[in-house]
Design a protein around this ligand. Structure first.
Ligand code: MD6
Ligand code: FE
Length: 211
């Protein structure tokens, strides 16, 4: 008997959006090792928003395109602007995880082009936003949480809708496409804590089709 079974259920959030509790937990060590490899090549950095604010979440990417922000706007770039070199290749482990999670949520044959890697320390947050810098707004985003628990803010189609609060823990995966692909969402200020796998950090991997 697993007393924690409830958290490992598939939880529908909205049409096209599904939380897969604990889906990535059994490969956490390999995922975190891959994140460390990526960060050696393309270090985490605090991007600046078009409005000139430094983001509290540190970011890097792997795959054929990476999400970046600066004073000129948000976009995908095939090279890391810090080094001028292509982003690190997306590990096969990442591709397989993203495809398995998407398939479970009903999106067959998902082949991600970009993986944005977010790193949070306690006090970091990601304000309510829409993901709309991708040209492909039909295919899902697959989002993997590792390390410290966080509260996901799950809003509606407009900024005015008050967001629901959804706990995300180590190994949880959210798959998100179709009708709710443009819903507003964010991460509430990360509380203090220590996780056996990451210490005082949370990582999030989001896999996308960009083009
Ligand atoms: C995070 N995630 O969990 C931030 N976006 O750290 C996102 O902004 C996100 O989890 C689109 C789809 C799923 C996500
Ligand atoms: Fe997002």
């Amino acid at each position: 008997m697993n007393l924690f079974d409830d958290a490992d259920d598939d939880l529908p959030l909205a049409p096209g959006a599904l939380k897969l509790g604990g889906f990535a937990r059994d490969i956490d060590v390999a995922l975190l090792a891959a994140v460390a490899d990526i960060a050696r090549d393309a270090p985490f950095r605090h991007l600046v928003t078009p409005g000139g604010l430094r983001m509290s979440v540190a970011m890097t990417n792997c795959g054929e395109a990476g999400w970046v922000s600066d004073r000129t706007g948000y976009r995908y770039e095939s090279c890391d602007p810090e080094s001028g070199r292509p982003w690190p290749a997306m590990p096969q482990l990442f591709r397989d995880l993203a495809a398995r999670a998407a398939a479970r949520a009903g999106f067959a044959d998902f082949q991600p082009q970009a993986c944005l890697v977010n790193r949070y320390v306690p006090g970091s947050k990601l304000s309510l936003h829409q993901d709309r810098d991708e040209r492909n707004l039909v295919e899902p985003i697959v989002s993997v949480s590792l390390g410290l628990p966080a509260t996901f803010l799950w809003g509606g189609a407009t900024r005015a809708e008050r967001p629901h609060r959804l706990p995300l823990v180590h190994g949880d995966v959210v798959v998100w496409g179709g009708p709710s692909r443009l819903n507003f969402h964010g991460i509430d200020t990360l509380p203090q804590g220590a996780h056996p796998a990451t210490g005082a950090l949370r990582y999030n991997l989001t896999f996308r089709r960009v083009r």
